[in-house]
Design a protein. Structure first.
Length: 353
């Protein structure tokens, strides 16, 4: 009987993340959540060998249902990115399907496979039990079954046999913190019972979840649209106001990530490379202040909690959060923490298959 590949999937707005544990080793895969409709072949257009240098990164070309989608890095060089931020994207959008196919291709390396998925979703979807059940049902409709597609012209196929989708993204980080690669709790009974607050700063959402006594505490849990998208939108507004240059969300997010990484940010203004670091820093500072106010309204000084900071915005906002909560801990490689936690959870007997 063919082995079922058990993976954790975190379909974030900023990045599409997968994780899998094979032979006790945890592997992770990530693609920027950027999708466009177009092609990378420019026909007869070329620069006749005048421009040389490092090879340009080309997006994946994913084909299904008679349409080809460009996915991942470099999409904006070939097509206008489709920037869907609505939560309905989880219940079968072709953009999300293209992202899943391209990321799974990296994990399974082609061929034909059976796949089981543990999926993390934003808190705001899961707080309403009826809505959460409906979202999981809708996701199963398009996920379960055989998927046939092409990637860069090569045919691929896999069958998804099991889906579990009612797992909060922030709770997946708690599993990453507490479970080992066999899916067993490894932090001791006291750590399982102790109140833990997870601050998950994603691209579109800020999720706040408390786990206490081995249960999710509804007293503190909540979500808001205070993700790193806010910083990107503020950077767009700042740059437009000063330079009259319009950027896409993904272009602005790249500038934000550069500043977070301690580098300068620049864009082209009238064909000239122009430094916009100050505009991006102001956007980050404003977003950080909004996040702190939101968390303070929920938990006050947070002294009774162990605090875990995770998500794509963790590195950007951790210094600001630690001013208010010095004992807060940033998860290792926080962008992938939710996917890692799902992969560990998937190892538990009976959870997926």
């Amino acid at each position: 009987m063919k082995q079922v590949r058990k993976l954790g999937w975190d379909p974030g707005f900023g990045g599409n993340k997968l994780a899998e544990i094979t032979d006790g080793e945890l592997r992770t895969f990530v693609l920027p959540s950027v999708v466009g409709v177009g092609e990378t072949d420019a026909g007869a257009l070329n620069l006749a060998g005048v421009v040389r240098g490092r090879r340009r990164t080309v997006p994946y070309c994913v084909g299904f249902d008679g349409v080809e989608y460009l996915v991942g890095p470099g999409v904006a060089q070939y097509a206008r990115p489709i920037e869907r931020m609505d939560f309905e994207r989880f219940t079968d959008s072709p953009e999300l399907r293209a992202l899943l196919y391209a990321t799974l291709w990296q994990a399974i390396d082609g061929g034909s496979h059976l796949v089981a998925l543990a999926i993390a979703l934003p808190v705001s979807i899961l707080q309403d039990k009826e809505r959460a059940n409906q979202v999981e049902r809708d996701m199963k409709k398009w996920l379960l079954g055989t998927h046939e597609f092409t990637l860069d012209g090569e045919a691929a196929q896999f069958e998804i046999v099991t889906v579990r989708a009612k797992i909060a993204q922030a709770v997946a980080t708690w599993f990453d913190w507490g479970l080992d690669e066999a899916g067993q709790w490894c932090r001791g009974s006291q750590a399982m019972k102790a109140p833990t607050l997870i601050i998950d700063q994603g691209f579109n959402t800020l999720d706040l979840v408390a786990v206490e006594g081995g249960r999710i505490s509804t007293r503190y849990s909540g979500g808001d649209t205070l993700g790193m998208r806010k910083a990107a939108e503020m950077a767009i507004a700042n740059i437009w106001h000063r330079y009259d240059v319009e950027l896409s969300l993904h272009e602005a997010d790249k500038l934000v990530q550069r500043v977070v990484g301690g580098r300068d940010a620049s864009t082209y203004v009238e064909g000239q490379r122009t430094d916009v670091t100050a505009e991006v820093r102001q956007a980050l500072a404003s977003t950080g202040a909004d996040v702190v106010r939101f968390v303070e309204r929920q938990v006050g000084n947070g002294k009774r909690f162990r605090i875990l900071i995770t998500g794509g915005g963790a590195l950007a906002l951790a210094p600001r959060l630690r001013q208010s909560w010095p004992h807060a801990e940033v998860m290792p490689d926080p962008v992938l923490s939710n996917a890692r936690g799902l992969a560990k959870l998937a190892q538990r007997v009976g959870f997926l298959v």
